[in-house]
Write a protein that binds this ligand. Sequence first.
Ligand SMILES: Cc1ncc(COP(=O)(O)O)c(C=O)c1O
Length: 429
Amino acid sequence: MMGQYKSIDRENRGSDFSEVMEDYVKNRHFGEYGGRYVPEMLVPALEELENCYFSIKDNEWFKKELWDLMKNYSGRPTPLYFAKNLTAECGGCKIYLKQEGLNHTGAHKINNVLGQALLAQKMGKKVLIAETGAGQHGVATASVAAKMGFKCKIFMGEKDIRRQYPNVYGMKLLGAEVIPVTGGTGTLKDGVTAALKYWTEHLEDTHYLLGSALGPYPYPLIVRDFQSVIGREVKEQIMEMEKRLPDILVACVGGGSNSIGLFYPFLKEKQIGMFGVEAGGIGAKGGQNAVRLGDNSCKGIIHGYKSYFLQDEMGQVLQTHSISAGLDYAGIGPELAFLHDCGRIVFDSVTDSEALEGFKKLCELEGIIPALESSHGVAYGMKISKECRGDEIMVINLSGRGDKDLFITAKALDKENWFKFLREEVYND
Ligand SMILES: Cc1ncc(COP(=O)(O)O)c(C=O)c1O
């Protein structure tokens, strides 16, 4: 049985937000969210990044170089695929899947990595550092670092290292140093804290390649711009296939990069409903989920930006839980926090077990193994499609593919055989 969900409100698509959004560069805030709350010594590095980005972002050679990498190295444009069997199973609207998992390294993360790596090269940096949760951002950064001749250090919580080991192995193969972060909860937030600390001590030759649309200004802007290729492609592809724009967009939300990347080019089309799906984990109590836009969160300033965070009354970040490491983060990007308050994007959540259901359905019906993060979007899309008309069109962002999650999904869905296999592997060695 699928749980409760917010029903689709076709009349109300939020208050006006365009002025605030357009003023982001001037104010460095989306309304009250965002900002650049960092130690003084980080300010020159953030200003250097901002200046570099604005000096080259509209240059024809930069756009050409970035597109060349996106196309020939990563495999863009990724397909927009009509999921005929899933559509028939759900019995509501037509469901399309944006296949970001077909990017090189298996997820949308590389869109942003390629852009920021070019900025780092332009700034003369020699080392790329990054945080990672699911390991997808780490693998993308390690790959691009290998290709472009950077040294690479990846900060990863020890719990995430255990649950996403295939990606840890991949990062090492690619020549990156994976630095386990042992403090805190051993998840993504600890990776961000450790990366920020390291950066502060190595500003001269190091670029912090932040992996989601969060952190101090200008990161939320830069990451959103590089990820907007997702939404721009969807616009073109759906116009070609259906001769009109979609009615509903759905994406999972960790820090917010794949969702804002899909939503941003459509924000002004108020007829389109947008749904961000957070990790409902194993329950509604504190520590059991990673729902930042629900009852248990409050506004705060952490990791250099103001947003909604799961934190205690003393402002300490609370433990989070999700079956998917990439959604297991206590904060949400500032642009999404603002668009939530305006009512332009509706946020809801699905539980671990619902995400697993979505995962199984996509495997069985479409022959696609999605990442557990993306499976949250699939499960939610399936739920709300039931109240859509047959002539409506939904696009779900499949942010990544599920190879990295094999150890989790096999344990959850086929425990006996999986453990037998692991035991035999160990004893036969
Ligand atoms: C496949 C995949 N999807 C989604 C996410 C969530 O991140 P974001 O909200 O920045 O897209 C991650 C994070 O690691 C991921 O690996």
